[in-house]
Design a protein around this ligand. Structure first.
Ligand SMILES: [Zn+2]
Length: 484
């Protein structure tokens, strides 16, 4: 068996492992000629298409309608909201010419589309009967990143869903923000198997133009943060700048409350890769695997019957709705096993001459590495059962790995010891602007960032209840970790 291209160790060299698996599993090619932009290859695109489907179904169930907006946004739209343009302007790509003609107005390649949506909201929203107004689009966005780029994790063009919604009351808007975080848990953990913690971000880390920002964070097994979807309470000042108004039941003209939510599918995909991987390569949950079953015929050259049977099995699985492939390359069986295990295919079915005589098949599970002999007549039910079990076991393992990463700390030196390996949980003086200087000290001395305060659990202060940096009375428990 040839295992020539061995991957770096997943636990001890996660960064090298990540770089290598992207190449080996053909997830993306980074050799395209625009810095920070990459070519996504079929193996990642197919998984991300499936991931998009689950998210979009969830949003549609909650009443979101889908739109396709132009990629170009006029500069004047951006300048309507001062805080927003201030936050985004260093990251905007500008289009200044059309052919040889200088454009009358510069056009931005959308870095996010609030300004585009709100411009149209001002034309569409007229009456209280138009509310709530829930929209989304699936789109690629562009950001001129100055930090080092990393495939799927941080790039200058990425793929996401952005939702933009308007409500009559602040309470409804807030409820929508909380529902966004529930969607995140339902889909990102429930289907993709990636555990997250939901934080409210500190005042200095809010989305440009937002009143409050909530974000889910996932963590790699080595304790690094991979930021997951964020959702924002925009309040009213933003839409006020765009003249979005409606006539209420009492005939008075009012301003709606808006929210937005941005699950970046390419970054969530990075978390799927990092959360479930191992020394052999990728492991896909059954629901989002580009191929769910790989069929490997054994000795197909000597025994033509084997290939006939393999095709029969393929047809059965395909017509039952499974994503399946037969490996008919001239590689040896061992090489085929190695290759598809590396690609993260959940189940493998081996068809050999001996099993054939007995109407048996060999089924291999990528998660447990168990080989199970099954009766051919039970093929469909065994695939369904093992697929389901595999997803559940990936989730359970990810959850237990995740819980082990969080450690309570009482001093900056303890923070330093934890971050990079895990997540430090610490008392903190304030997550409003006055706490920013303590956050800066943490970042400077430990490389860790304050991710925020948890909103899904009640938290008690640790020990004597003093800020881990300045020693003043703490008001919050925060989580500190290094990001990518
Ligand atoms: Zn402090």
């Amino acid at each position: 068996m040839s295992e020539s291209k061995k991957l770096p160790d997943y636990t001890n060299q996660p960064s090298e492992w990540y770089t290598q698996i992207i190449k080996e599993a053909e997830l993306a090619d980074i050799r395209y000629g625009v810095k920070g932009c990459l070519v996504f290859q079929p193996w990642s695109v197919e998984a991300m298409e499936l991931m998009y489907d689950f998210l979009e179904k969830d949003l549609k169930k909650r009443g979101h309608k889908n739109y396709w907006y132009p990629t170009l946004i006029p500069e004047s739209y951006f300048y309507k909201e001062a805080e927003h343009i201030q936050g985004f302007s260093p990251e905007v790509f500008w289009v200044e010419k059309g052919g040889d003609d200088k454009l009358e107005e510069r056009l931005a390649l959308r870095p996010t589309s609030e300004t585009a949506f709100y411009t149209m909201f001002s034309l569409w929203i007229r009456s209280y009967k138009d509310l709530p107004f829930r929209t989304y689009q699936r789109a690629n966005v562009f950001r001129y990143e100055s930090k080092a780029t990393r495939p799927f994790l941080r790039s200058r063009e990425f793929h996401w869903i952005e939702t933009h919604c308007a409500f009559a009351t602040q309470e409804e808007a807030f409820q929508n923000v909380m529902d966004d975080m529930e969607s995140t848990k339902r889909v990102v953990f429930g289907i993709y198997g990636v555990p997250t913690i939901v934080f409210e971000r500190p005042a200095w880390d809010k989305f440009a133009g937002a009143h409050r920002t909530f974000g889910a964070d996932a963590f790699t097994p080595s304790g690094r943060v991979v930021q997951q979807p964020s959702t924002h309470m925009i309040n009213q000042h933003f839409v006020e700048s765009f003249g979005v108004k409606y006539t209420d039941k009492d005939e008075l003209e009012k301003t709606p409350w808006t929210t937005c939510y941005g699950p970046a599918i390419s970054r969530i995909f990075a978390s799927v890769v990092l959360t479930h991987g191992d020394n052999k390569g990728l492991k896909f949950p059954f629901e989002i695997a580009p191929k769910q079953v790989i069929i490997v015929p054994i000795m197909m050259e000597k025994e033509p019957k084997v290939l006939v049977k393999a095709k029969e099995i393929y047809n059965k699985l395909e017509s039952a709705g499974y994503r399946v492939e037969i490996d008919v390359t001239d590689k040896r069986p061992g090489e085929k096993y190695y290759y598809w295990e590396m690609k993260g295919v959940p189940l493998r079915i081996e068809v050999g001459p001996r099993d054939l005589a007995e109407n048996k098949l060999m089924l291999y599970r990528r998660d447990t590495e168990a080989k199970i002999t099954i009766d051919e007549k039970d093929l469909i039910s065994e695939v369904a059962k093992n697929g389901k079990e595999l997803s559940a076991s990936l989730k359970a393992k990810a959850s237990s790995d995740f819980e082990g990463l969080i450690k309570d700390v009482n001093s900056i030196s303890e923070v330093k010891k934890i971050v990079g390996k895990g997540i430090a949980r610490a008392n903190f003086c304030s997550v409003e602007r006055e706490g920013e200087s303590c956050a800066e000290i943490i970042e400077k001395e430990t490389g860790g960032k304050i991710r925020g305060t948890r909103i899904d659990v009640e938290e008690k202060l640790i020990g004597e209840g003093k800020c881990v940096v300045c020693g003043k009375k703490a008001t919050k428990v925060v989580y500190i970790a290094k990001d990518y």
